[in-house]
Design a binder for this molecule. Structure first.
Ligand code: ACM
Ligand code: ZN
Length: 757
């Protein structure tokens, strides 16, 4: 009997803490499991002492109806609380409107908050506690939750300019944000490739600006285009409907109207607001285009009239005015712009950009709103009340917070959901980068560099979904799920990167919810991920394989054949000491569960040898560190994922120690050019050798022309030289010249595999 009781207790304890039932995302700030469970059925009533929360109850009822086929009646008669969901207005604390309490006991559910937002979040949590599939009974485990978010700006962005997404999908996107307690939707509505918002005063913006006569196909590097008429726009009626839809779900829409750059679609419709007068066609090519708004008075009247209509449609505190990637090429030779600089005593075109933004800010402030812009608005002086969206790293955000300006963090390294999330070889084409769920989960929106006073200026963070390479709603879903679950927990303030696997276990349970809703999500966490490590013995490298669930269930081959359930079982990193191809996949019960990963290694004298760099690579392109250059893996030239090292504005100065004197006959190195992505070949490469690591002898100087004619794949013959140390200096071209994408910004230098034979 005692044994039986113990067993029962164990079972109950297991149930009480069962992950299955409490897979909440974002994890609430306080959660206590109770005993027993509440059974929700058609007789359950919503008990309400005032009718303030009708909107939230309606939304919950819609959810119940679509999931289980019934709705709950509302009663204000509080004779018996049994079998009710009681909604209380919480007047007892001075808590914020987003705080809520949720208590589930076996007889009743109580939710409480000061206002509608908290009640809405309580219902979102309750929805996550309900079973995904309707079984015989809808049971909810007893639990006590007290919850509140850390950050005020919990954002997701969507670029509807590069590709247009219909209103139904925009609403779905808003639903997704609501499910995970995001509260801000940054709607990117205008860009070079399309103007997507109806402006009554300027009908040509959508008649002409919403349509382009072709788009890029494949990656930018391929420079291929189709000639399809492509476009679409949102009418003001549709926008009102979407704003109302979002507002019911306590989501603020922040519209973005890009200026002074990324404006070619507008200029195609109204070329008179450019510097040259045009004509222009709506952009077909991705990247950064030179034609931008001219800084003359007529342009300001035009933009102010547009903003007047935008402000009337969107009640948000902030209006996003873009401000990023504005080439100064046209301004430098435009008489209007040059006259403006002279009249206003502006020392350069950065100050002219700052003048532009400040003038727009004044207009927006006079309308009772604030501007937010990408971090380039710091250049030439920040507008007095502007908030900054930090995207080129966190540095812009840090600088702004130190100047007491509000900041939203969206650094490319953690928040660009247009980057690859799994092994690039297995993923649909993306712009580049490598941002896994785990990486997103490790993000801290508040940089350590800030004092606690400065940290108050960090409003929060946001993920950006740029859609050059994302054409369909289902592909958008794939890029945001499940990464947005990780970000939601970061923003709620309950993430703990050291407990990533706890998060991942909860996340895997949410996959059932996503499947029930027919959401296309990425399963890249099941994928076998790979990492190259230096071998301790100094011969070759170690190839580490990992799978989210259990790395011991990976099977692999080293002879090029496809892995099967009978192949070698993975246990420790595989030593690679010769050229070979390793293939691996995850197996469960003898069945292959992941796509197979394949890695070819080209072994040479440099592979796995000690390599040092004078300048570290940029954090966006540095995953494998310096070893990336000698890991035996040649980077993929069209999928700019994790195989390249990227240096922003800096040179590559690498020294390889071969550990003993070797005969050297050939040295190879790869570098890349993708000018639309600001990636430029180095302006020269120098090879030096040494026998002692101190005195280097220059062996070869390779010019820009030679690099270009070899298409970045350099193979340099050396006449039988003996050396232990090889130094390679590849000089970054520095600032991008006028007339090119990203003019004035730092060029990227991309390098990979250095081979020594
Ligand atoms: C940006 O990604 N150009 C803000
Ligand atoms: Zn001009």
């Amino acid at each position: 009997m005692l044994k039986k009781c113990l067993l029962l207790l164990l079972l109950l304890a297991n149930l009480g803490f069962s992950q299955k039932e409490l897979a909440l995302i974002p994890q609430p700030t306080e959660i206590k499991s109770g005993e027993g469970n509440f059974v929700l059925n058609e007789n359950t009533k919503i008990l309400l002492t005032n009718s303030e929360f009708k909107n939230e109850i309606d939304l919950f009822n819609q959810f119940l109806k679509s999931s289980y086929g019934f709705e709950l009646q509302i009663t204000t008669n509080s004779k018996s609380p049994i079998n009710t969901i009681e909604i209380q207005k919480d007047n007892t604390t001075n808590s914020s409107l987003e705080n809520y309490k949720l208590n589930v006991s076996s007889s009743q559910i109580q939710i409480a908050s000061k206002g509608n937002i908290g009640i809405f979040y309580a219902f979102q949590t309750l929805q996550q506690l309900l079973p995904v599939q309707k079984n015989n009974e809808i049971k909810i485990l007893s639990v006590e939750i007290k919850d509140q978010p850390k950050y005020a700006w919990r954002g997701m962005h969507l670029d509807c300019a590069r590709h247009f997404f219909p209103t139904d999908f925009v609403k779905k996107y808003i639903d997704y944000l609501a499910m995970y307690k995001f509260n801000t939707f940054h709607w990117h509505l205008t860009d070079d490739q399309g103007w997507r918002i109806e402006i009554k005063k300027y009908p040509k913006l959508t008649e002409i600006g919403a349509w382009r006569n072709g788009s890029m196909i494949g990656h930018y590097n391929d420079q291929k285009f189709d000639d399809k008429h492509y476009g679409g726009f949102y009418t003001q009626e549709e926008i009102k409907e979407i704003v109302a839809y979002a507002s019911q779900r306590h989501i603020t829409i922040v519209p973005e109207i890009e200026m002074p750059g990324h404006a070619v679609a507008a200029l195609a419709a109204y070329p008179e607001y450019s510097c040259t007068g045009g004509p222009f066609e709506v952009g077909k090519i991705w990247g950064v285009l030179d034609d931008v708004f001219c800084v003359k008075d007529e342009t300001f009247s035009f933009l102010e009239n547009i903003l007047t209509e935008v402000i009337a449609l969107f009640p948000s505190e902030y209006i996003h005015i873009g401000g990023d990637e504005c080439p100064k090429t046209r301004w430098k030779v435009c008489p209007h712009c040059q006259k403006r600089m002279k009249d206003e005593n502006l020392k350069d075109e950065h100050e002219l950009q700052s003048y532009f933004i400040q003038r727009i800010e004044k207009f927006v402030n006079n309308k009772g709103r604030k501007i937010i812009g990408w971090d380039e608005i710091l250049e030439g002086g920040l507008a007095p009340n502007a908030a900054v969206m930090s995207w080129r790293g966190t540095e812009g955000g840090i600088a702004a917070a130190k100047q007491k300006h509000f900041v939203v963090m969206t650094p490319g390294s953690h928040c660009y959901f247009d980057h690859y999330q799994g092994e690039p070889k297995n993923e649909p084409i993306a712009i580049g980068g490598f941002t896994t769920v785990e990486k997103v989960y490790s993000f801290n929106p508040t940089p350590k560099e800030l004092t606690s006073e400065e940290a108050k200026y960090i409003l929060g963070a946001q993920a950006n979904v740029w859609t050059e390479y994302i054409e369909t709603p289902s592909h958008v879903e794939y890029m945001i799920f499940p990464r947005m679950l990780a970000l939601s927990e970061v923003l709620w303030g309950t993430s703990n990167p050291e407990k990533y696997f706890d998060f991942q276990n909860r996340m895997i349970q949410h996959f059932d919810v996503l499947e029930a809703k027919d959401i296309n999500y990425s399963k890249s966490i099941f994928e076998v991920t790979t990492k190259v490590k230096p071998s301790e013995k100094g011969n070759g490298i170690l190839f580490e394989l990992k799978s989210a669930n259990n790395s011991n269930k990976i099977r692999y081959t080293t002879d090029g054949s496809n892995p099967t359930a009978k192949s070698l079982q993975y246990s420790n990193p595989i030593a690679v000491t010769k050229s070979q191809t390793i293939k691996a996949a995850y197996f469960e019960n003898e069945k292959q569960k992941s796509a197979s990963v394949e890695q070819a290694f080209t072994f040479n004298k440099a592979t796995g040898k000690k390599i040092t760099l004078v300048h570290p690579p940029h954090e966006n392109y540095s995953i494998g560190g310096a070893l990336t250059l000698v890991d035996g893996i040649k980077a993929n030239r069209s999928k700019l994922g994790k195989d390249w090292l990227g240096f922003s504005g800096k040179d590559l100065i690498a020294t390889i120690d071969l550990e003993k004197k070797e005969n050297i006959n050939k040295i190879s190195i790869s570098t890349l050019s993708s000018e639309g992505s600001w990636i430029h070949y180095p302006k020269s490469i120098e090879i030096l050798v040494s026998t002692d690591g101190k005195n280097f002898q220059s062996l070869k100087q390779i010019s820009a022309e030679e690099i270009k004619s070899a298409k970045g794949e350099l193979v340099i013959p050396v006449t039988n030289k003996k050396a232990q140390f090889i130094k390679i200096i590849a000089l970054n071209t520095g600032k991008i010249p006028d007339g090119m994408a990203g003019a004035g910004s730092n060029a990227w230098l991309f390098v990979d595999e250095i081979g020594i034979e």
